[in-house]
Design a protein around this ligand. Structure first.
Ligand SMILES: C[S@@+](CC[C@H](N)C(=O)[O-])C[C@H]1O[C@@H](n2cnc3c(N)ncnc32)[C@H](O)[C@@H]1O
Length: 264
């Protein structure tokens, strides 16, 4: 029975490739392990899209942010891709998770996972095909926590984009972005052009990369966050794909339980 199901789902997962998120569906069967034993692949081996498996790290971070669990909390994932972070947050019992992505390709994957993931509940989650800039039309109630990963540097106006997400966040926002480091102008942004057709890119052709943590600190402080911590900083020598993750909280001292360099 399970063998037939694995075979059927493997065919469907293959037909929906490429995948970016490795998400466990049941037993040891996951979207990523259809393609590699550990659910991870570099871009060249996966149609130009990295296959990642960040569940363990993400849940450890959630547990430090919400040591009593997330029961009753709401969660917004901007550019949710296949919805991995919504599904993992649901493991910590969020009451509502909303994920949106501008591409149908990814939202189809999220809905597929929602249908076939039996290892944890997938109710109370909704997924939408939507551009970040259209979020205000939805009139959402604010969310406790917002995830803003891999989207800042795909936007023609990233400050407006991040502000849309920040204005909907009452407690914690996680910002994860690529950088183009420039020590001569660490508060700047560098413009780039990008494809609108590649499945992992933006859709507006124009994009901006922060030149340093200072850029992001000043933007987040201006948006009203009072506690900021760098929880990941990956500086590349060639500077292409340097990356930073900043956790931002509304309340001063809110991030005392989190390891990382304070930015405030
Ligand atoms: C680098 S991936 C990051 C995916 C996911 N957030 C993560 O961190 O694993 C970029 C994602 O942003 C989506 N995206 C790009 N521009 C967007 C926009 N204006 N509104 C919503 N989603 C967008 C893409 O379709 C893609 O899924």
């Amino acid at each position: 029975m399970k063998t037939d199901l694995r075979k059927q789902l493997t065919g469907q997962i293959n037909a929906m490739r490429p995948w970016h998120h490795d998400i466990l569906l049941f037993d040891d069967f996951s979207t990523g392990r259809v393609f590699s034993p550990d659910g991870k692949l570099d871009r060249p081996s996966n149609d130009g899209v990295s296959l990642i498996s960040p569940r363990v790290r993400y849940l450890a971070q959630l547990d430090r942010l919400y040591p009593d669990g997330m029961s009753g909390k709401s969660f917004l994932d901007c550019a949710c891709n296949a919805g991995g972070y919504c599904f993992w947050s649901r493991e910590r019992e969020i009451a509502l998770g909303v994920g949106f992505d501008v591409r149908e390709h990814w939202i189809q994957q999220a809905r597929f996972v929602q249908e076939h993931r039996t290892v944890f509940p997938t109710d109370n989650l909704e997924f939408h095909v939507m551009d970040l800039y259209d979020v205000p039309t939805m009139n959402y109630e604010p969310f406790d926590m917002t995830y803003f990963s891999g989207i800042f540097y795909h936007l023609p106006d990233p400050v407006t984009g991040l502000k849309i997400a920040a204005d909907l966040t009452t407690d914690v926002l996680i910002l994860n972005t690529a950088l183009m480091l420039d020590s001569r102008n660490p508060r700047g942004l560098t413009m780039a052009r990008e494809s609108r057709t590649k499945v992992m890119s933006g859709v507006h052709e124009l994009s901006w990369f922060p030149n340093g943590k200072e850029t992001l600190r000043d933007i987040l402080l201006w948006m009203g966050f009072k506690d900021l911590k760098i929880t990941m900083f990956n500086e590349r020598k060639d500077n292409f794909r340097s990356r930073i993750e900043i956790v931002a909280a509304r309340a001063p001292g809110r991030l005392s339980g989190l390891e990382g360099e304070s930015l405030t």
